[in-house]
Structures are given as C-alpha cells and as structure tokens.
Design a protein around this ligand. Structure first.
Ligand SMILES: Cc1cc2nc3c(=O)[nH]c(=O)nc-3n(C[C@H](O)[C@H](O)[C@H](O)COP(=O)(O)OP(=O)(O)OC[C@H]3O[C@@H](n4cnc5c(N)ncnc54)[C@H](O)[C@@H]3O)c2cc1C
Length: 384
C-alpha cells in the first residue's frame, strides 16, 4: 500500500471511478481510490440505469446534457459499449396539478433544446395501446432518454482510470481521516495510512459516515428502493418506453426479454438491503393497474438498493468549507448513475484547476443547507 498520494477517493462506485478517470486524464498526480468491497457493489450495481433529460431544475438538466455527450461517445472513448438503449421516457400525469407541473417542466426542457413532447390521452393510447390510460390527462415523452448498463459504464471508467495511472484498490476500507489544523492530512485503512492533502468523499449512501471521520456532518440519508423483474414476457413488437406513473411514483421498462418493475421506496432511512413480499405485491398491483396484460406475467427476481438522499433531492458537490482538502461528491438522490460522467469532470476540474468550469456547481455546495438556499422543485422529485 502506498504511503502518500495527491488525492485519495473513498468509494468505488460509478461516481468514484468517474472522478478517478477524469483526474487521471488531467494528470492530477498520484490518485488512489479505496473501495471497501468490490468496485460497483454498492448502489451502482443496483441501479436501473435510467438516463434522462426530463428534469425539473436547470442544474439537473445541465448535468444530464453534459453527461449525455459522454454516453453518446462512450464506446469510442472507453472501448466498452455502455449498452445505451434510447427507448424514451414517458411520464404520465393523472391530476390537474401534475399537468401544470409537466407543462412548466416541458417549457424549461425545450428552452435547452430537449425535444420533449406533450401528449394527450388519445396520442398515448395510439402509440402504446397496452397502457391503460383512462385516468391519464397527459404524458411528457422524450425519445432520446433511455437506460444503459451501470456495470459496463463503471468498467469503462475503471479501466481507463487504471490505464491513466490511477490505483484502484478493492477490499480496502477507509476507517479514519486525520485532520490537523483544519486540513486533511491522511486517510487511515487497516492496511496502513496514506498521507494526502485531498480526500474525495464518493461513498454513496455511506457519505455521512465519511463526513463523521473528518468531523463534519453530511446530510445524506440511505433510503431503500426495491426493484422486481419479470420472467420473459411479450407485450408489444414496437419499442416500449420507460413509463412512469408519476402519481404513484411507479415505473417499468423492458429488461432483456421481460420487464423491470419498480417497487416501493422506504420512508425511513436504513441500510436494509432485503426485499419484502409486500413490496413485490405492491409492484405487481401497480403494474397490472397501468398494464392489464401484466396479469399474466410472473415475477422472477428482485433486489433492493439504497438511494443517497439529501434534504432537497439534489447532489452535494464541491469543497467542504470547514475542512481544507475535503471534497464532496455525494447525495445524488437517485440520479447518480446518469450524472456520473459530468460529476467526474467537474470534480477533477475543481481539484486540478481550482474551480469547475464545465458546469457551475456553486448552487450544489453543502453551504446551501445552512444558508437556507435549498433547490426547490415544483413537486416531489421522481426517482428511478
Ligand atoms: C434501486 C435503485 C435504482 C436506481 N436507478 C437509477 C437510475 O435509473 N438512474 C440513475 O441515474 N441512478 C439510479 N440510481 C441511483 C444510482 O445508483 C446512484 O446515485 C449511484 O450509483 C451513486 O453512485 P456512487 O458511486 O455515489 O455510490 P455507490 O455505487 O454506492 O458507491 C459507493 C461505494 O463506496 C464504498 N464505500 C463506502 N464506505 C466506504 C469506506 N469507508 N471505505 C471504502 N469504500 C467505502 C461502498 O462499498 C460503495 O461501493 C438508483 C439507485 C437505486 C438504489
């Protein structure tokens, strides 16, 4: 184990490895990443892989558009296909209030050149006849949205980060952080201590534990989300979008020969990764309400993962004001996979160039919580 580094990244999910890759690209010196288990074994491997531009805040839209550039040229740049399937995202509104929110969001998204369409009930029925839409007032559809493979994307970043000289350790847990005179001094592991002036917190749902090691509070809570997958099932010969029942916070999308169905999102924070029978029943009920043909489908498997939620459902990016050298890349609130390319870029710029230039990340600083400058969304954010 090395005794010194220029940067130590804690966490080997898609965020940590993207940062490692971008730091290596920018010749940031000795970059070491510590992953306590295997790369990607946290939320990254449990993600549904959704990628969309249909967000309701400018900052999330900007992160999506910047990241999309990387997803579109991923194979060329990383030599691995990200398996990006642009099947579109279809949001369904069933209340007047949701319709108003959709109209507002579409206006914002179109101002960024996103080709999102507002569809009425008849158009939705015509395009996707398997959907039961009697209660649907409108839909918001963006064809270029879709999903990709989190493992493929992670392995692309990881192999190029290694090729660029970054050292990625698996099975090495950060167990402490030394801070002296308000500055980062070292990261402690069971294998030894690494002296470093910079630590990047990329620990996903464990972000607040890393904060505690450095003596600061990071407002990120782990919330369990369950996912279920059907056995092979045929619904239509035409492309089927990732479809969101906005009111229920439920969605489904094709998954290999079957379908991925979202299960419930816990209300109370925990690190519980079990799946429940009740959750499976809820997922199946939501599925048959919106797609009656799913009555004949069988659920074959499921898993649970943890979202890393902040008080305003937006990420925390940037330096910590109280500990010099502590950099935060946390709290993606369910969108970390799709924003990982741009996050890696801006964090590497911040570390190497002194400030992020590709995107302005000042509104995502941790200070916003103390200053009462939370980022407001028109309705509770949808989470994949
Ligand atoms: C069910 C589900 C569905 C999702 N669907 C989507 C989606 O469709 N689209 C999307 O964009 N996002 C989605 N997300 C969110 C996305 O998965 C996360 O935002 C993203 O994976 C966060 O990446 P990360 O690298 O920050 O965290 P993680 O992947 O959790 O990585 C953090 C890593 O840090 C390691 N670690 C923690 N503590 C230490 C320590 N002390 N020392 C060393 N290592 C440590 C962990 O082992 C872990 O591997 C979903 C999440 C869930 C749970």
């Amino acid at each position: 184990m090395e005794k010194t580094a220029d940067v130590v990244i804690i966490g080997g999910g898609v965020i940590g490895v993207s940062i490692a890759y971008h730091l290596a690209q920018k010749k940031a010196g000795e970059v070491i990443l510590l992953e306590k288990g295997q790369l990607g074994e946290g939320s990254t491997s449990r993600s549904a892989g959704g990628i969309r531009s249909q967000f309701s805040t400018e900052i999330n839209i900007r992160f999506s558009l910047e990241s999309l550039k990387t997803f579109n040229r991923f194979e060329e740049e990383f030599g691995v296909s990200p398996d990006f399937k642009q099947i579109g995202y279809l949001f369904l509104a069933t209340t007047q209030q949701e319709m108003e929110v959709f109209r507002r969001n579409i206006g914002l998204q179109r101002s960024y050149g996103i080709p999102v369409e507002l569809l009425d009930q008849e158009e939705i029925r015509g395009r996707w006849p398997f959907l039961k839409v009697d209660d649907v007032l409108a839909g918001s559809f963006n064809g270029p949205d879709g999903y990709a493979g989190p493992s493929e994307v992670l392995s692309g970043f990881a192999s190029r980060a290694r090729r660029g000289g970054a050292i990625l350790y698996e099975g090495v847990e950060a167990v402490g952080i030394s801070v002296e005179g308000g500055r980062i001094r070292a990261v402690k592991t069971k294998e030894g201590e690494i002296s470093t002036p910079i630590v990047v917190n990329a620990a996903g749902p464990y972000a607040s534990q890393i904060g505690e090691m450095a003596g600061v509070k990071i407002p990120v809570k782990p919330l369990r989300r369950q996912i279920f997958v059907t056995s092979p099932f045929h619904l239509s010969d035409k492309p089927i979008p990732l479809t969101i029942d906005f009111h229920r916070g439920w969605y489904f999308r094709p998954e290999v020969d079957g379908f991925l169905l979202s299960g419930p999102l816990d209300k109370e924070p925990s690190f519980n990764l079990n799946i429940d029978y009740d959750a499976m029943v809820e997922a199946a009920e939501n599925a048959t309400l919106r797609v009656p043909a799913f009555e004949k489908a069988r659920i074959a498997r499921g898993w649970a993962g943890l979202y890393e939620i902040t008080p305003d459902n937006h990420a925390i990016l940037g330096r910590h004001p109280d500990v010099e050298g502590l950099v935060l890349a946390n709290g993606f609130s369910g969108h970390g996979f799709q924003h990982s390319p741009a996050v890696g870029e801006v964090i590497a710029e911040l570390i190497v160039d002194g400030r992020a230039t590709t995107l302005d990340i000042s509104s995502l600083s941790i200070e916003r919580f103390d200053k009462g400058q939370l980022i407001l969304e028109p309705m509770t954010a949808f989470k994949e």
